[in-house]
Design a protein around this ligand. Structure first.
Ligand SMILES: *[C@@H]1O[C@H](CO)[C@@H](O)[C@H](O)[C@H]1NC(C)=O
Ligand SMILES: *[C@@H]1O[C@H](CO)[C@@H](O)[C@H](O)[C@H]1NC(C)=O
Length: 250
């Protein structure tokens, strides 16, 4: 009896959790759109998973979170939560962090490459880098003073068999340099995109005016109106009770 109740609770919870993941997915899509990260530098942003970026001492960042550069000097731990049970991870992945600077910055010369790894793997939904090819090691933000809030964008792409890195980015290239990320994605046959998140760092105060971005109102997202979802705030952090149902296949 108690066991049955447990499974009923877990089943209901699985539904709630699936909806909350769907809501998170819609929220992150809205965040990327509002932050003007799509279609440049991210050509298509239709994630199939939620990307959690966990920085030591800071924890998981929320999308667009304004942080100090000292909080993000070391690479985060990356975890994927698939949007549904048909999404699973195997094979090779490319992880990148690019800086397209503040909203409204001319993107014709490209974006700053702060992290680029080919051949990453996903184990237990965590990105792992053993045996991967690190092109550019994670380099924390150092935005010029008074240049506005820079959008440090971390993305994970499927790296299929047709992946072909350009000669100048097929081995280690240390240091933060500009490159045209949309061209890189296209020319190397990367994709589809798995997930992404971004955070912001600002030094000083912007001298030029930075176009305002609208915030994401979660209650206006389609998944917020699914029956029984019943929450108005984005459940960005997964409900901890989910752990007790961990053996359920959701
Ligand atoms: C699961 O998610 C994938 C990726 O977003 C989507 O293509 C697929 O239709 C979804 N499947 C179900 C059963 O919802
Ligand atoms: C992953 O990349 C490695 C190194 O390029 C390659 O040998 C391997 O076949 C790839 N695996 C898959 C599943 O594509």
């Amino acid at each position: 009896m108690a066991l049955r109740a447990f499974f009923v609770v877990c089943a209901l919870f699985s539904i709630a959790l699936a909806q909350s993941t769907q809501l998170q997915l819609e929220a992150i899509e809205a965040h990327f759109k509002n932050a003007e990260l799509v279609p440049i530098p991210i050509p298509v942003f239709e994630p199939m998973a939620i990307l959690a970026a966990n920085f030591q001492g800071l924890g998981n960042i929320s999308p667009g979170q304004l942080v100090s550069k000292d909080q993000v000097t070391n690479a985060p731990e990356l975890t994927l939560t698939p949007v549904n049970s048909t999404v699973s991870f195997n094979g090779n992945y490319t992880v990148a962090m690019i800086d397209p600077a503040a909203v409204g910055t001319d993107q014709s010369k490209g974006q700053y490459r702060h992290w680029l790894v080919n051949g990453a793997k996903v184990t237990d939904n965590k990105l792992t880098f053993e045996g991967a090819t690190t092109i550019t090691q994670y380099a924390g933000p150092a935005p010029p003073a008074d240049s506005g809030p820079h959008r440090y964008t971390v993305v994970v792409y499927t790296q299929g068999e047709n992946f072909a890195p350009p000669q100048d980015l097929s081995g280690p290239v240390p240091g933060v340099e500009q490159f045209v990320f949309p061209d890189y994605v296209k020319n190397t046959n990367l994709g589809p995109l798995v997930a992404g998140i971004y955070y912001q760092v600002e030094e000083g105060t912007a001298t030029a005016s930075i176009p305002a971005t609208s915030s994401v109102v979660s209650s206006t997202l389609p998944a917020a109106h699914l029956p029984s979802s019943g929450t108005s705030s984005v459940p960005w952090a997964k409900p901890s009770i989910a752990l007790s149902c961990a053996s359920q296949p959701f």
